[in-house]
Design a protein around this ligand. Structure first.
Ligand code: ADP
Ligand code: MG
Length: 823
């Protein structure tokens, strides 16, 4: 990205107008009075500011030379002069003989540069145009007027029909420019006698390619625009009228649009949404130079005179805005043969080829090649056509195949449903049998052999049949059709006047009747019915068999159920017995308690001294045992209560028992040791006391009895505990067993109900099938009756026919005899 290069050039003032009011310092310009005092503090800075003493050479050197050199390298370049009339635009761009302007210098410089670049070959094309009253005219060819602007993908914006001269040196271009200048529109205004009334654009298209062909095929194409704009002054000031006024309006309009474009491009705050390039031809042509792919410089020329101050200020404003525009220039490389250079080379090569052989031969060869190619295309086209048709055919086949497969799948689905559920099958059978036509052919197994597919087969079959015999359900078809067949005339017609052999007719009447479709029906119908009846019979047999097997199964289930019930009642009895155990145990504990109380009472009566260790021991033991027995009682009652409520019981009895046992043991040991100590004491101090000895013996024996009793109790309790444990286990087992039996009973109940249901369904099926069978049998009988009637009718007809025949025969014989007699 680079900014547009903007410079200001101040024209030297006319001698009669005195000194310039514009003061130039380096690249700044400001307004000053003749006494060098600044009029305003405003000072404008630009890339370059050229004062009145500047030459075109310096302008070119500082401002445009780089752009021209870049154009030779392949960059687009534009230099244009902007300013009011007579401010020096044409002087800057065209120059004078002594000081040539930018165009001439550029042209010379381009060729100089080209000569300096040895590794590339160049092709230069030039064009020169003016935009006058918004019309593009060719300055190199006066006949090219009002040219149009076009846009091309490769070429970009271009003027259609504009003459482009290929040039080989600078002088050639300068001559062309001179000739073009003659065609320019000049007008006389107050401002400048030779004031240009149009914008002129001198354009150089520089194409180049590396001389070494193998390295790169890229062609660089750059466009260099050198523009001399028409004056930007206000119309009022020029004093123009008529044609001049009109010109001025156009000039001003296009310059105003240029100003707009520059304003929009310079306004960095706004997004570049829409730049009105298309509003004027000038901006359209300069589009790449303004905010596009080009290196651009603008020379803004100002007239230094006091009465031009306003215009000059306007020009400086324009210049300031233009300074803010950024362009993005890049080398234009073309890799296709769109570049003229390449195209020309190819053309030259072709021409050379043509020149080598005779013209006719080359043409013939070309025609031959073309016709060969045509033939190839045609063949290819034909091949593609047949391929397409083949594809289409294949697709159709595939579609048909898919349809068939789908139908098969449908039939199979029906088949599976029918065969999987026999019950359903029977229902389907019944439903199909109940269709109003009553003609379902159970033997029609065209789709799935072996098993009848009622749904699919019957439908088509029924339709076919009902079309032929619509009145069949009401009456036998034979009767209707017979009315026609039995008519003598029709009979004759049908036999086409053939006199049948009467014996044969009598012998095989059915065969003779066969050609009419009704007769086929009458002969085939009973056969069909017969097969249907047969089928129904076999079906009923099947159902009966199934019914029987189910009955057997049902009986087995009932037996099993009865057995289980018995087992369950036995188990219940056992449970009751088990439940009785804690009760009995409780009773035995109560008995124990009573016995124990008696023992204690007896023992207490034996003890005289209430404070003796024996008494103490007895008391302790009594307490422990009583507590133990009480615990046992409560435990048993708890178990019994639990049984009643059905809740599970913890069994802390054993634990409790264990602690009691330990306590009892400890007390006993303590008492024994105490007794022994006392014994020893008495032995050593009072051996002679007989009463004491007796008492002691008594006590000892008592103690032994208590001990024994205690041991017995302990054993009993142990046994009780074991018994309780066993009863608990068996109780749990029984509960589980009862649960299991309950479940089994439930499942059996379910099975029984299912079997009953099925049995019911089968019975109803059987009944329906029987009904159907009866209907069929009746129908068959009716049909047989009908056939009998028909046979009789036929026989009567036959008889009458025979008599008629014999009558005719006799008459004919009579006639023959009469005829033979007549002569
Ligand atoms: P414009 O093209 O802007 O209407 P011109 O280039 O025709 O103006 O200039 C008007 C006159 O001023 C011409 O006679 C031209 O020779 C003269 N002039 C312009 N600029 C200079 C300059 N820098 N040095 C000398 N004379 C100049
Ligand atoms: Mg001019």
């Amino acid at each position: 990205m680079e900014k547009i290069c903007v410079a200001v050039r101040v024209r030297p003032p006319a001698p009669e107008n005195g000194a310039s009011l514009w003061k130039v310092e380096d690249n700044r310009i400001s307004l000053h009075k003749s006494l060098d005092t600044p009029i305003t503090t405003a000072s404008h800075a630009f890339d370059h500011v050229f004062d009145e003493s500047s030459t075109n050479a310096s302008v070119y050197e500082l401002l445009t030379k780089d752009i021209i050199h870049a154009a030779v390298e392949g960059f687009n370049g534009t230099a244009f002069a902007y300013g009011q009339t007579s401010s020096g635009k044409t002087f800057t761009m065209t120059g004078s003989e002594t000081d040539p302007g930018i165009i001439r210098r550029s042209v010379r410089d381009v060729f100089e540069r080209i000569h300096m670049i040895s590794d590339r070959e160049f092709l230069i094309r030039v064009s020169y145009m003016e935009i006058y009253n918004e019309e593009i005219n060719d300055l190199l060819a006066v006949e090219n007027q009002r040219l149009q602007i076009h846009e091309h993908l490769e070429r970009g914006v271009f003027v259609a029909g504009l003459k482009e001269e290929i040039v080989s040196d600078a002088e050639q271009i300068l001559k062309l420019i001179d000739s073009g200048e003659v065609n320019r529109h000049f007008g006389e205004t107050n401002m400048n006698v030779h004031s240009s009334r149009s914008h002129t654009i001198f354009r150089m298209v520089i194409e180049s390619r590396g001389k070494d062909n193998s390295s790169s095929d890229a062609i660089r194409v750059s466009v260099l625009n050198l523009v001399d704009l028409a004056g930007s002054e206000r119309i009022a000031k020029t004093g123009a009228g008529g044609v001049r006024l009109q010109e001025g309006k156009y000039i001003n309009k296009s310059l105003m649009i240029l100003g707009n474009v520059i304003n929009k491009l310079s306004d960095s705050t706004k997004l570049r949404a829409h730049i009105p390039y298309r509003d004027s031809k000038l901006t359209r042509i300069l589009q790449p130079a303004l905010g596009g792919n080009a290196k651009t410089c603008i020379i803004c020329t100002i007239a230094p005179e006091e009465h031009h101050i306003e215009e000059s200020k306007g020009t400086l404003q324009f210049a300031s805005r233009a300074k803010r525009i950024t362009n993005c220039a890049q080398v234009n490389e073309i890799l296709t043969d769109a570049a003229l250079l390449k195209r020309q080379k190819l053309e030259i090569e072709e021409l050379r080829m043509k020149l080598q052989g005779s013209h006719a031969e080359v043409l013939e060869q070309e025609i031959l090649n073309l016709s060969n190619q045509m033939l190839k295309y045609e063949l290819e086209c034909e091949r593609l056509k047949t391929q397409l048709e083949e594809e289409k055919r294949k697709q159709k086949e595939q579609e048909n195949c898919i349809k068939e497969q789908q139908m098969k799948i449908e039939n199979l689905n029906n088949f599976v449903t029918n065969s999987d559920f026999k019950r359903n099958q029977s229902e389907d059978f019944i439903i199909s049998r109940k269709t109003p036509d009553g003609l379902c052919n159970v033997n029609d197994t065209s789709d799935v052999p072996g098993t009848p597919c009622f749904k699919s087969a019957s439908r088509s079959f029924v339709v076919a049949r009902s079309n032929n015999y619509s009145g069949l359900s009401d009456f036998s078809p034979m009767v209707h059709s017979l009315g026609d067949v039995a008519d003598e005339d029709t009979w004759m017609k049908l036999n086409k006047g053939f006199v049948a052999d009467l014996d044969q007719i009598q012998f095989t009447p059915a065969v003779k009747c066969q050609p009419t479709p009704s007769s086929i029906a009458t002969t085939e119908c009973p056969r069909e019915n017969h097969s249907e009846v047969e089928d129904l019979k076999s079906r009923i047999q099947l159902l009966t068999n199934e019914n029987d097997s189910l009955q057997v199964k049902f009986n087995e289930q009932v037996l099993l159920s009865n057995n289980l019930m018995q087992e369950m009642s036995e188990l219940k009895q056992e449970t009751l017995t088990v439940k009785e155990i804690p009760n009995r145990l409780s009773e035995s504990v109560a008995n124990c308690k009573d016995v124990y109380k008696d023992v204690i009472v007896t023992m207490k009566s034996l003890i005289t001294d209430k404070e003796s260790p024996t008494a103490n021991l007895l008391l302790g033991t009594t307490e422990i045992t009583t507590s133990l027995l009480a615990t046992l009682e409560t435990q048993f009652s708890m178990i019994m209560d639990g049984q009643k409520t059905g809740s599970s019981i913890d069994h802390p009895l054993s634990d409790h028992w264990e602690t009691l046992r330990v306590n009892l043991k400890n007390t006993t040991t303590l008492l024994l040791s105490d007794a022994q100590a006392k014994d020893e004491f008495l032995n050593s101090h009072n051996k002679g006391q007989e009463t004491a000895a007796l008492e002691e013996k008594k006590l000892k024996s008592e103690l032994i009895i208590i001990k024994e009793r205690y041991n017995e109790l302990e054993k009993e309790l142990c046994l009780d505990k074991q018994l309780l444990e066993a009863s608990r286990e068996s109780h749990e087992k029984l509960i589980k067993e009862v649960q299991f039996l309950k479940e089994e009973r439930d499942s059996l109940d379910r099975k029984i109900s299912q079997s009953t249901q099925r049995l019911r369904v089968i019975s109803s099926d059987k009944e329906n099938a029987l009904k159907d069978l009866n209907v069929e049998v009746k129908r068959r009988k009716d049909m047989e009756e009908e056939i009998k009637h028909i046979s009789i009718a036929f026989a009567t007809r036959h008889k009458s026919f025979v008599s008629f025949h014999s009558e005719i025969k006799s008459k004919m014989q009579k006639l023959t005899t009469q005829n033979s007699k007549a002569p």
